[in-house]
Design a protein around this ligand. Structure first.
Ligand SMILES: *[C@@H]1O[C@H](CO)[C@@H](O)[C@H](O)[C@H]1NC(C)=O
Ligand SMILES: *[C@@H]1O[C@H](CO)[C@@H](O)[C@H](O)[C@H]1NC(C)=O
Length: 441
């Protein structure tokens, strides 16, 4: 019995990190996409492969699962000036999340993320909403619209009792979230190990370990959303969106260590009401979390698992220099340097990065993700008279010693405060193994 337990532990924990070779990809778009209203529900034609691993079956914005498992998908997009972005993420025939953005005279950003259990043959597609005219901005050296998929675990991760937990909850109705109250996401897409409670909006960690969270929302027309991620009673980070004439999108991501039973929720800022848009066919507000490692993994594996950092003060970032996130939420190996803003990979492998930003009032924000000196992708946003926000993500195949940072395209005025952390930079190790690693090395 003892031997058997050890064997099971080894099998389960090996999904966490070391030998697991996950199916992963990041696609991007480096040319404009002009979608006419008459063409219904076509896939976004991503034309750049930023990273792939494990031979994903991909055709533009359509992914076909060929390995059962638990997957996380993220989509970010930017409109051409004055145009719409209206995209949808489908799991087979089911709409799971939407992205909306429009500003009258500038470029609007939107993003979303979901965690889904997939079976072989299942599809996940990024579609243009049928019957809408959508214009996406893209150019050489300017990739804003991306589609990332990562396999978080193999078939075992789909079952209850899996060593790693994950959830994804969405809001498919309007919701007015009053001061200090949690958002009550009413639709559960995924909940391995039953951590999310729909009646309280609280995610309770089923076991201790390292968790990655994503949350996105859309404010109703002309209304405000100001939400905060809390770990127990402790403030962690925020999103803010408001456009005096439009619907405003906002999102953030963070990596945190949780003890078993720790509670994570998304609350409306004290004294403010968040007025969120949702309907069964338009799902913008989502809250997802995935456990990257168990406490056992953290205690026994000497490698790095990841880092997460945020900005707690306003920062003027000069052209072509790094954003220097000053608060570290998590960094097991000291791999993120809070004096330079650079992450240096302690271990070779596949890493997923997320970055988000909010500008000071009225200014445009334009940031870029770099792998060593190679450009990967960008975020851009500008909302006249308001605070612009955007994000992006990429999976990168890093060699030990490779550097990753977020740079300013031109001079930037980013917003930060100890109680208002919108600008974040997060990376974690998906797998030490990858297609690029030579056998026997
Ligand atoms: C698109 O969908 C709408 C609504 O279902 C339909 O009326 C229209 O004919 C469709 N257009 C095309 C080109 O299929
Ligand atoms: C959700 O929380 C409520 C209120 O604390 C509790 O009564 C209920 O049992 C919880 N549901 C589950 C499934 O744990």
């Amino acid at each position: 019995m003892f031997l058997y337990s050890c064997l099971v532990l080894v099998i389960l924990f090996s999904q966490g990190n070391a030998d697991f070779n996950p199916v992963t990809f990041t696609l991007g778009q480096n040319a404009h996409v002009d979608h006419v209203a008459a063409a219904n529900n076509t896939d976004v034609p991503f034309n750049v492969m930023i990273t792939t691993n494990g031979s994903p079956n991909l055709n533009s914005g359509r992914f076909v699962c060929s390995n059962d498992g638990l997957y996380k998908f993220q989509v970010y997009a930017l409109t051409k000036s004055g145009a719409n972005v209206f995209l949808e993420i489908y799991h087979n025939t089911q709409l799971v999340a939407s992205l909306w953005g429009h500003t009258n005279s500038d470029y609007a950003a939107a993003g979303n993320a979901v965690v889904l259990p997939l079976r072989t043959g299942d599809t996940v597609e990024v579609k243009v909403r049928g019957d809408y005219e959508v214009h996406l901005y893209g150019d050489t050296g300017q990739i804003y619209t991306t589609f990332t998929g990562v396999q978080l675990g193999a078939a075992e991760s789909l079952i209850e009792g899996s060593s790693l937990s994950a959830f994804s909850a969405t809001l498919n109705q309007h919701e007015v979230v009053t001061s200090g109250s949690p958002v009550l996401y009413n639709n559960i897409l995924t909940d391995v190990n039953q951590g999310y409670n729909q009646s309280t909006g609280i995610y309770k960690a089923p076991s201790g370990g390292l968790y990655l969270f994503h949350f996105f929302s859309l404010a109703r027309q002309g209304e405000e959303e100001w939400q905060e991620l809390f770990r127990n009673d402790q403030y962690v980070c925020s999103i803010y969106g408001k456009d005096s004439q439009e619907w405003a999108d906002a999102g953030n991501s963070v990596l945190l260590h949780l003890n078993a039973g720790d509670q994570v929720s998304i609350k409306s800022h004290n004294g403010r009401t968040s007025t969120l848009f949702g309907s069964p066919d338009q799902i913008y507000s989502t809250f997802s979390g995935v456990q990257i490692a168990t406490d056992y993994d953290l205690a026994t594996d000497v490698g790095s698992f990841g880092f997460s950092a945020g900005l707690t003060q306003h920062q003027l970032v000069h052209m072509d220099t790094n954003v220097v996130y000053d608060q570290v939420f998590y960094d097991d190996q000291g791999a993120y340097d809070r004096t330079t803003g650079t992450f240096t990979a302690p271990t070779s492998g596949l890493y997923e990065f997320n970055y988000h930003a909010l500008g000071k009032q009225g200014v445009a924000i334009w940031l870029e993700l770099f792998h060593n000196d190679q450009y990967i992708n960008s975020l851009y946003s500008h909302i006249i008279n308001n605070w612009a926000t955007g994000g992006n993500a990429a999976v990168l195949n890093l060699m030990a010693g490779d550097r990753v940072s977020v740079r300013a395209h031109n001079n930037q005025a980013l917003f930060g405060d100890p109680g208002q952390i919108y600008c974040t930079f997060t990376g974690y190790l998906l797998s030490k193994g990858s297609d690029a690693v030579v056998i026997g090395k």
